[in-house]
Design a protein around this ligand. Structure first.
Ligand code: ADP
Length: 323
């Protein structure tokens, strides 16, 4: 199915979640040729579908000035219960306030009788997941480039007390110049108080931090900003090896691997000792023992080899030749 194509190999959802997704997808009809605000303000011509996710379909759209955007479309019918509504409006609220060169820009939001539309900055080069699938794995210079941008965006988000909570290659998009743009704030949480801890279990199995699954071992504590650091570690491993570290066909096996921190480096894949050292330090079971975003950016991995000024678009298909 097309849903299967959207998912990275070995990034399984629980059967329950998958069934839920299928149900929601049925509820989302193709929106009209022209997307219009009920109040007659916004107007966009709809083009081809760019992709679909858990409960949204995304279309290429054009405004009156000829500028292109992505329109994330959610059927009102699919927001049946209060929880779904809260999740979606939470996503809009958080995303609206995120203004950073490495975060998908939120342009505006409006509705017609059937759908709610989020107009977003267009990322024409798809996601890091799509790129990884085409490439199998990235070179270390590319990983340095993408990771440092990711760290910058996270530093900004965390500074605004927002935890993304669903960092994964599929939620990191690429703009026309191959800069990364973090998208999909569907699970993001705003911590009003630094000491607040979120308790909800969320995230994608392969990328989930151990404290989200099993608790931090510290009585009465939930999880906080450090879950995004764990995500960075998983993303870095996946970039260099070509699959996430705790990969398995069965979600419960993934959880067991995360619980016991079971991961290894395949012999046939050359990864530098600097990169391995950084990944091991980030994937620490104790959230408080993980390096901070600044610690990660200061790691010698980022200084131990070529650091490209930009990534060519051709890198979406084949390894770049640096000159
Ligand atoms: P969901 O929250 O339902 O998972 P996503 O935000 O992941 O939805 O979007 C679904 C798909 O739409 C993505 O996998 C991608 O293919 C496409 N998409 C989302 N945002 C953009 C964007 N800004 N530019 C281009 N394509 C996008």
């Amino acid at each position: 199915s097309s849903t299967a194509n959207q998912k990275p190999p070995g990034d399984p959802k629980t059967p329950k979640a998958a069934a839920k997704d299928r149900k929601k997808k049925l509820l989302c009809a193709t929106p009209p040729q022209v997307l219009q605000d009920t109040r007659g303000r916004a107007e966009y011509d709809r083009g081809r579908q760019l992709g679909e996710g858990g409960f949204a379909r995304c279309f290429l759209v054009q405004n009156k000035e000829g500028e292109l955007f992505a329109a994330k479309t959610v059927a009102k019918k699919s927001l049946q219960n209060q929880r779904m509504k809260a999740k979606f409006f939470g996503e809009i609220q958080v995303h609206k306030t995120m203004i950073h060169p490495n975060v998908v820009k939120f342009i505006e939001c409006f509705e017609d009788s059937d759908n709610i539309y989020m107009i977003l900055e267009l990322c024409p080069n798809k996601s890091l997941m799509d790129m990884l699938r085409a490439r199998k794995r990235f070179t270390e210079p590319e990983a340095r480039f993408f990771l440092l941008q990711l760290l910058g965006a996270l530093k900004y988000m965390h500074g605004k007390k927002v935890i993304h909570r669903d960092l994964k290659l599929g939620n990191i998009f690429l703009d026309a110049e191959m800069n990364i743009k973090i998208g999909d704030f569907g699970l993001a949480a705003l911590l009003v108080n630094e000491n607040d801890r979120k308790r909800t279990i969320c995230g994608t199995p392969n990328y989930i931090a151990p404290e989200v699954l099993f608790g931090s071992g510290k009585e009465g504590q939930g999880h906080s900003f450090q879950v995004d650091l764990w995500g960075v570690g998983v993303i870095m491993y996946a970039m260099l090896v070509g699959k996430p570290p705790f990969q398995a066909g069965d979600v419960n096996v993934i959880y067991q691997k995360i619980r016991h921190n079971t991961f290894s480096w395949p012999e046939e894949v050359p990864v530098s000792s600097a990169a391995k050292h950084l990944v091991h330090s980030i994937l620490n079971h104790d959230p408080d023992a993980r390096p901070t975003l600044d610690d990660i950016a200061d790691h010698y991995f980022f200084k131990s080899g070529f650091f490209p000024r930009s990534i060519p678009v051709s890198a979406g298909k084949q390894p770049p030749v640096w000159r």
